[in-house]
Design a binder for this molecule. Structure first.
Ligand code: NDP
Length: 303
């Protein structure tokens, strides 16, 4: 199978590329930079969709970029890097004389309103309530294919929680303070912490790309929550990481400090959280390699 991956050069994309190549598939990455095995977004817009059986979009300015202040320019980039790339790819699919059989868009669980009690599945209704949920709405809307195309191209949306892996994402920023014994809970620590190991997220994406004769194509994308089945809090995550690293975790960071440093609109990802269940992901038969925090963090720390 030939797979086209927008943002395939990033943290999740590198893991997905490795997995697909190991399975014998061919990967072409869509990037802002030209290079071997890549096409640029400009080339995609000008030349249309290259021949492929499946397409994925993973592009997006990093929400936790430590080098950028939380300001209007950053907020704009968060939106345009996701919504514009998704629009370009969806339009290229719709305009192709031979569209792929699968189109997978990876968004996030920020659409579900943070709560200490509510539990969400892929069937939960939601309406935007803040900046990040508005982003998810626009992003997923940008990916929708016209009905006549969706009859032959299966549309899938995967909503991951915090992606854990050695080579990027949140862990890359957390490892040093935790190694130094400076780690601690964030805010109250009671907030849910939806998470997934990067290998499992790549596995769910690859699973969604496979031809699925039993699943009829539909005008509405099929949603899969990209989270581990274990429901954990920030406190549990902090204590487990400290245990695996054999380091103390006695320095809690108050919520107002995180809000001040990061801007409350994005700090919400750390200071609040959602209990998200991967109901449909499990029902689809996907088998997790790292279903619990202990196995996931052990793999990351020991790799
Ligand atoms: P990365 O931060 O690694 O970025 C992925 C790619 O996006 C980059 O390699 C880059 O490709 C492209 N990109 C970055 N900035 C821009 C920009 N300003 N404009 C256009 N393209 C840009 O992302 P991840 O791999 O961590 O995540 C993949 C997707 O999953 C993202 O959409 C993210 O929002 C979502 N997600 C990630 C989570 C996580 O914890 N990592 C959690 C929930 C959702 P290039 O330089 O080649 O153009």
């Amino acid at each position: 199978m030939r797979v086209l991956i927008g943002g395939g050069s990033g943290f999740v994309g590198r893991e997905l590329t490795r997995l697909l190549k190991n399975k014998g598939h061919e990967v072409t990455i869509i990037s802002r930079q030209p290079g071997l095995g890549k096409i640029t977004w400009g080339e995609l817009e000008a030349g249309g969709l290259p021949p492929c059986e499946a397409a994925v979009n993973l592009s997006g300015e990093n929400l936790m970029n430590p080098l950028r202040w939380w300001n209007e320019g950053y907020r704009k980039d968060l939106f345009s890097s996701r919504v514009d790339t998704t629009t370009i790819l969806a339009q290229a699919i719709a305009g192709s004389p031979s569209p792929p059989h699968a189109w997978v868009l990876v968004t996030g669980v920020a659409c579900y309103k943070p709560s200490l009690t509510a539990q969400y599945t892929e069937d939960s209704e939601w309406t935007p309530f803040d900046l990040l949920s508005r982003l998810v709405k626009e992003w997923e809307w940008a990916g929708r294919l016209p009905e006549n195309i969706a009859q032959n191209t299966r549309q899938v949306v995967i909503r991951p929680g915090v992606v854990l892996g050695r080579d990027g994402g949140a862990m890359k920023q957390m490892m040093t303070p935790f190694w130094l014994g400076l780690g601690g809970t964030l805010g109250s620590g009671r907030q849910p912490f939806p998470w997934i190991h990067v290998s499992d997220l790549a596995g769910i994406i690859a699973h969604a790309l496979e031809p699925s004769p039993d699943t009829p194509s539909s005008a509405v994308p099929q949603v899969f929550n990209g989270v581990a089945p274990a429901l954990n809090t920030n406190y549990e995550f902090t204590k487990e990481l400290g245990r695996v690293l054999r380091r103390p975790t006695v320095f809690p960071v108050p919520g107002f400090v995180i809000d001040a440093l990061m801007g409350s609109e994005r700090a919400i990802v750390l200071t609040q959280g959602q209990k998200v269940e991967p109901k449909r992901t499990l029902e689809s038969g996907f088998q997790y390699q790292y279903p619990d925090l202990s196995s996931a963090l052990k793999e990351i720390v020991e790799s």
